[in-house]
Design a protein around this ligand. Sequence first.
Ligand SMILES: Cc1cc2nc3c(=O)[nH]c(=O)nc-3n(C[C@H](O)[C@H](O)[C@H](O)COP(=O)(O)OP(=O)(O)OC[C@H]3O[C@@H](n4cnc5c(N)ncnc54)[C@H](O)[C@@H]3O)c2cc1C
Length: 464
Amino acid sequence: MAFLDELCSKLGEKWVLRGEDILPYLRDLKGPKGPALAVACPASSAQVADVLALCHAHDVCVIPQGGNTNVCRMAVPEQAPPSIVLSLKRMNRVSEVDAACYTLTAEAGCLLQVAQEAAADVNRCFAPDWGARGSATIGGAIATNGGGLNVIRYGTTRDQVLGLEVVLPDGRIWDGLRALRKDNSGYDLKQLFIGSEGTLGIVTKAVFKLHPAQPISQSAMAVPTRMSGLMELLELARDIGGDRLTAFELMSGLLIDKALERYPDLRHPMQTRARYYLLVRFSDQSSVSDRLTQLMEKAIDRGLIQDAVIAQSSLQERNLWELREQMIPHQYFTHPSFKWDVSVPISRMSEFIAQIETLSDALTTHAALCISGHVGDGNIHLDMFPELPPGPEYQTLGETLLPKVDQLIWSMGGSIVAEHGVGSEFVDRMRAQKPPVEYAMMQSVKSLLDPKGIMNPGKLLHAD
Ligand SMILES: Cc1cc2nc3c(=O)[nH]c(=O)nc-3n(C[C@H](O)[C@H](O)[C@H](O)COP(=O)(O)OP(=O)(O)OC[C@H]3O[C@@H](n4cnc5c(N)ncnc54)[C@H](O)[C@@H]3O)c2cc1C
């Protein structure tokens, strides 16, 4: 029987999409990508196993896809090999919320927001959270080790996962769906799949840790007097807030102006206009107002900030966070950009930003430089939009700029792929960041689990 007929017999005609129906699955935020034979939409782990066994037998590649909200071209096929996209969208249920044990179990296609709401219903907090919460899935969060807004308090997705069920490339199901807080019985294999970008297998279910709900949150927006004071300000926020510090974000003045132009319901919360702003949030089970006020007062006394507002209502709080979530450069600039998702030690963050500004001024004229991100985690998103059309001049600039900035990041002990992952976009540049022994170990893991190389080829790493 031909491959597609067999696929239909396993899933039913209706759940093997073809023709025009597959086009939305072949493009992402960056536009269209390579072709696919079909999009398979299994409804259970057993069906995922059937699909993978079939693909393994026919040497058909498999591109796992959750919400397709990644920003590094990870969940769409490349040009070369015959591929199918495997969409997890039908496996979208929360299976269990155990309030007493502080765990939540869900299928991989469950949306972050659905998991958050299920946890909130029993007065618990599901920690992974970012702007794409309404379309990103927990499988995608696991496969990218998503970071987001709560990392400073709870860590990344990796820190939240207790157990996984995974379908391996040959169709075997690994049941590691355990909710144990302690298990030292050997290699912690689930860690291999977290951050693996769909290159080792398909996550079908996961058990997450939950945390006590923090129903009261209050945020302040502040203008730093000098970026070199960021570290001191973060230390002060930690001293005063302790575990209540749930966000310490950097916002670009340029992107705030663009967001205000585009979304007339948004308001600039302060008179002062600046290149950078900070958004600090405290959360707890009772009021955090006194501590937040204390932080802002002390920061002004020490000359760390020159202006600040504290949200006084849920409307003002929402406005601050809506501004934060609209820090999406590609919404406002249509010409091509050079981008980095950088982490450097927090102590070197201001030095890094200063060097980037200097480099950008020296190499480009009229480049829009957008810098924002989770600065409390040492992570910033950096986009540089030179006023150049795509063409030879743009290309030459890229050839100079990219290695210079990558080198700068590495010289500071940082990473050029902090939270958004590698995908096909950073696959070449990431290799230079890894010691050869580390890269070889990654290749060995890949060839051990996926010897035919059918899982998400062209993403994350090169086979040789
Ligand atoms: C507005 C916006 C804000 C964002 N903010 C953040 C942020 O703050 N922090 C952050 O980390 N990311 C952020 N992202 C990026 C994105 O939301 C995350 O990468 C997210 O984890 C992707 O989830 P997804 O379900 O969309 O996965 P997809 O984009 O569909 O897939 C991502 C990768 O995971 C693989 N994959 C998906 N599901 C599975 C599965 N079940 N098993 C195995 N592999 C799988 C895919 O093959 C692909 O390699 C943001 C994106 C947007 C659009």
